[in-house]
Design a protein around this ligand. Structure first.
Ligand SMILES: *Cc1c(COP(=O)(O)O)cnc(C)c1O
Length: 381
């Protein structure tokens, strides 16, 4: 039997309806042409599909259709946003503010920019995984050009106060970039209401294809291109548009928009069930915020050997609090940043629920975890 999939925050399967739309954009009898071909009907049809998908993505985040730039995923969108702002606005200042629990796609961009002479402040999150507005305000300098903070943390599910952060940025004339990869399809995202300047998206986190994403770029915000050639996407991101991928992201956005509320209610109930049952084991702590997203639960088990924990859960597909950085097992930098000790960070798992998660799966997961934890504690004693 296959393990129970509880790793939806790592990736989601493609929705069958999405896959069907994508398949119709590949072969000779489908919508296969280059959307940039202006001289024939095939090209026009492909362009129409791309622009229709752009509208669908724009609707999901309440943006204008001209504010969506296609990328190969959130990693590229983060690169384009952060390096793009840094290069474009370096005359104005060289200081960037982010946090220590961002995705590597943000942290590694910032590390690269530090080598290029930029100065980066890494805010330490509060124990609930959220950034404090006071800490942010205190970090601002006259040279600050960009604040980059994630909407929802991928390990904890904690939700940053993005609207308040946006107000602080605006008052100080600083651009605000949000990594929205874990928010889309989980909570209602409204770029206009928040007041964000740039927002990164990834299709495969909400039942679209891998290798596809987008960057919201608010009208009037200037960023330097990172990929040159051909001037696609109004010069911000060159390269032949991947019609099938784009159509897939568009369809996934359409489906997400109509299902968010209902899914949030359903997954909240499942998460509460999961949490309540796990809490009946002693020594269980929740990492992050009670008010986090409905689909992510990160828990630690006291008096359990972390390395043995995952090995004891072969029936579950979950993520651990240890990152296999090359050969070594390092405790998660996110869990360390919110104050966990090495040992407890190792003995943590992230369970992330999704579209196909059932109550029966949750019950089975609880049974597996309870058995494993009891057994490992028995061995430790
Ligand atoms: C998955 C993820 C990314 C990377 O997205 P890709 O499309 O896989 O490149 C970036 N940030 C966060 C928060 C993520 O969860």
């Amino acid at each position: 039997m296959n393990p129970i999939y509880l790793d939806y925050a790592a990736t989601t399967p493609v929705d069958p309806q999405v896959a069907e739309k994508m398949a119709a954009c590949l072969t000779m009898d489908g919508n296969f042409a280059n959307p940039a071909s202006r001289s024939h009907r095939y090209g026009w049809m492909a362009e129409e599909a791309v622009e229709s998908a752009r509208r669908q993505v724009a609707e999901l985040i309440h943006a204008d259709v001209r504010e969506v730039v296609w990328t190969s995923g959130a990693t590229e969108a983060n690169n384009l946003a952060i390096k793009g702002v840094a290069q474009q606005h370096k005359e104005k200042g060289n200081h960037i503010i982010t946090s220590s629990i961002e995705h590597k796609a943000v942290l590694d961009c910032c590390a690269y920019l530090e080598q290029q002479g930029f100065e980066v402040t890494y805010l330490k999150p509060q124990t609930n995984g959220c950034i404090s507005i006071d800490d942010l305000t205190a970090a601002i300098k006259p040279e600050t050009i960009l604040v980059s903070l994630m909407y929802v943390n991928n390990e904890l599910g904690s939700v940053n106060p993005v609207s308040e952060i946006a107000k602080v940025c605006k008052a100080n004339d600083i651009l605000f970039h949000v990594d929205g990869a874990q928010a889309l399809g989980k909570i209602a995202v409204d770029v206009e209401a928040i007041g964000v300047d740039l927002l990164s998206m990834s299709a495969h986190k909400f039942y679209g294809p891998k290798g596809m994403g987008a960057l919201f770029v608010k009208r009037g915000v200037k960023i330097a291109a990172q990929i040159h050639g051909g001037g696609h996407e109004r010069g911000m991101r060159s390269g032949t548009l991947a019609t099938h991928q784009i159509v897939g992201m568009g369809e996934a956005s359409k489906l997400a928009l109509v299902s968010i509320q209902q899914e949030e209610v359903r997954l909240s109930a499942l998460k509460t069930l999961l949490l309540n049952q796990l809490m009946s084991l002693d020594g269980v702590t929740v990492n992050g915020d009670d008010s986090g997203v409905a689909n992510i639960l990160n828990v630690s088990f006291a008096d359990v050997d972390g390395e043995s924990l995952l090995l004891s859960l072969p029936t579950l597909a979950v993520s651990s609090g240890s990152a296999c950085n090359s050969a070594t097992m390092a405790p998660s930098y996110v869990l360390m940043a919110i104050g966990l000790q090495d040992e407890l960070a190792h003995a943590s798992i992230r369970l992330s629920l999704g579209r196909y998660t059932t109550e029966e799966e949750i019950q089975k997961a609880v049974e597996s975890i309870s058995t494993a934890v009891h057994r490992l504690r028995g061995m430790a004693a």
